[in-house]
Design a protein around this ligand. Structure first.
Ligand code: IFG
Length: 537
């Protein structure tokens, strides 16, 4: 297809303004962005795209005299302290947090602002005064991420930069489209330490995610201590894919992760995958197998070979112990019981076990979350969140079972593997990742609509989206960065931003500009040829 070529300078300018003439289907890499960020980022040119942006007036500037105002509810002060902590290192400013609502950088709650909901906020920026208003502390915290992204990427650095710190003038009024915006990390295939998980939490918080789903058990490893079942970690945590040392979180370490996420208004959803993906549990407690023989530890990556035993009462005592303890450690609403790839479990046994596992979750005041096989081969309890991980090519009958569960009262979280699985290779030449769902380019990961994705599932039944990061091939934080960036921000936008008013061609410019921030944060991002990156990166 012939590309309409504009003079390079015009094209560069046009691209910088996000209105590139380049043919969207063009095969070659898009023209580079300017090497440097604008001194004042245009209001709203961030990720995720805010719901409403009214630019106008001169910018607000952070200065050495800036004071951060935190008025009202104690939760406001915590967010103000987090904001100040983000801004102090690179500016070198003292940025005291004060109770004075007239402070130039003022955070405040407005309990009457019902339209802002649980996570909405309003940011007003003008010379000498920037106010951030929300109905809840979580809304203020989401607004803080917008303040960060409206400031130059240098703000993320840990050493002082002598420069201006301006935020464009105008008003941003922002609310999320979906209430559930999750990032899943598989710590079972390869174990990641508390600090490494915290670093991932920091990354997803910048893009307004509000759920961290931890995949805590699988064939290769059991990653969370269960006091009543000590062998799960004494024995079941000692392996991982490739034969590494594995590892696990003590109860206290898991509490620390929950606390760290909660401080960022992120809810932890722990997953104990049942009845399949249980080899590590069976190695630890052989009485859980039907034949009483302990299987070998598994350090490969094949799936579907393990199963709990439906006719043994030990199975249900085990599930009760595990789910009871993890529920007690988890303030969040959900316990994820997996349910996927139970290929070695007879359908009747799958139904029998999942029928008895679900009440164990409800008994502790939690709601069930499960992969969509629970809707296909089991019967989801009322109020269950079904996590769909199928593909475009998944048979309609399987998708229809999800729609049936929705009609019976289930909610849906969308994680289509050929769109949202961050462990899928970007392209054939991507060294890391898998490709069983096909390659998932940055564009393919962005160009779909969760509100109109599953036939028979209306937007009102879609709780949101989740970006799973499976770690069969990923063993370091840099590996996680490379597969998550640049696709993770796009999935955040699908979960947060209004359906209309955005498209790949304008999004990819906003995405390319994020590279300044990723460099400042030390993120090992993948330089996808689909995205216009700043010149010289
Ligand atoms: N499918 C398995 C995961 C993981 C994944 C890797 C689900 C729900 C393939 N189950 O995704 O355990 O192996 O892409």
């Amino acid at each position: 297809m012939r590309r309409r070529l504009l003079a390079p300078a015009v094209l560069l300018l046009a691209t910088a303004l996000g209105c590139t003439e380049a043919d969207p289907g063009a095969s070659g890499p898009p023209p580079a962005l300017p090497a440097a960020e604008p001194e004042v980022r245009p209001l709203g040119r961030i990720v995720p795209l805010p719901a409403s942006v009214k630019p106008g007036g001169a910018p607000y500037a952070l200065t050495a005299a800036t004071r951060v105002g935190a008025s009202g509810h104690p939760g406001v002060r915590a967010v103000a302290e987090q904001l100040a902590a983000h801004l102090r290192p690179a500016t070198g400013f003292r940025l005291p947090v004060v109770a004075d609502p007239a402070a130039d950088l003022a955070l405040a709650l407005d309990p009457a602002a019902a339209a802002l909901g649980d996570e909405g906020y309003e940011l007003r920026s003008a010379p000498g005064r920037l106010t951030l208003t929300a109905r809840t502390p979580a809304g203020l915290y989401r607004g803080v991420q917008t303040v960060r992204q409206q400031l130059p990427a240098d703000i993320e650095r840990t050493t002082v930069r002598h420069r201006s710190w301006k935020i464009a003038g105008g008003t941003v009024r922002d609310v999320p489209r979906f209430p559930y915006r999750g990032a899943m990390l598989d710590v079972a295939r390869h174990f990641f330490t508390v600090d490494e998980v915290k670093a991932y939490v920091d990354r997803v918080a910048l893009y307004k995610y509000n759920v961290l789903h931890l995949h805590l058990s699988d064939d290769q490893g059991w990653r969370i201590a269960v006091a009543s079942r000590p062998r799960l970690t004494a024995v079941g945590a000692a392996a991982e894919v490739g034969g590494g040392p594995g590892g696990f979180y003590t109860r206290e370490q898991y509490r620390e992760l929950v606390r760290y996420a909660a401080a960022r208004h992120i809810e932890v959803v722990p997953e104990i995958d049942l009845p399949g993906h249980t080899n590590a549990a069976l190695v630890s407690y052989p009485e859980l197998t039907c034949d009483g023989k302990a299987p070998e530890p598994h350090t490969g990556i094949d799936t579907g070979f393990s199963s709990l035993c439906a006719e043994k009462e030990e199975t249900y005592a085990f599930a009760a112990d595990v789910l009871g303890e993890i529920a007690a450690l988890t303030p969040g609403r959900f316990l994820h019981i997996g349910g996927d790839e139970a290929d070695s479990t007879a359908p009747a046994d799958y139904r029998a076990m999942t029928d008895r596992f679900q009440p164990l979750v409800a008994r502790h005041g939690k709601k069930v979350m499960a992969w969509h096989q629970l809707a296909v081969d089991g019967v989801p309890a009322p109020g269950t969140l079904i996590q769909y991980w199928g593909l475009d090519r998944t048979p309609g009958a399987e998708k229809e079972k999800v729609a049936e569960a929705v009609r019976a009262g289930a909610g849906v979280v969308l994680s289509p593997a050929d769109r949202a699985y961050l462990d899928m290779k970007y392209a054939d030449d991507t060294p890391l990742g898998l490709r069983w769902a096909g390659t998932v380019s940055v564009r393919r990961s962005y160009e779909w609509d969760p509100g109109a994705y599953l036939p028979g599932v209306p937007e009102s039944s879609v709780a949101g989206v989740e970006a799973p990061l499976w770690t069969e091939t990923l063993s370091t934080p840099e590996h996680l960065d490379t597969m998550a960036f640049p696709r993770l921000p796009g999935l955040a936008e699908l979960g947060w931003s209004p359906a209309g008013g955005r498209d790949w061609d304008t999004y990819r410019v906003r995405l390319g500009e994020q590279a300044h921030r990723w460099d400042a944060l030390g993120i090992a991002w993948y330089r996808s040829p689909e995205v216009p990156w700043p010149a010289g990166r």
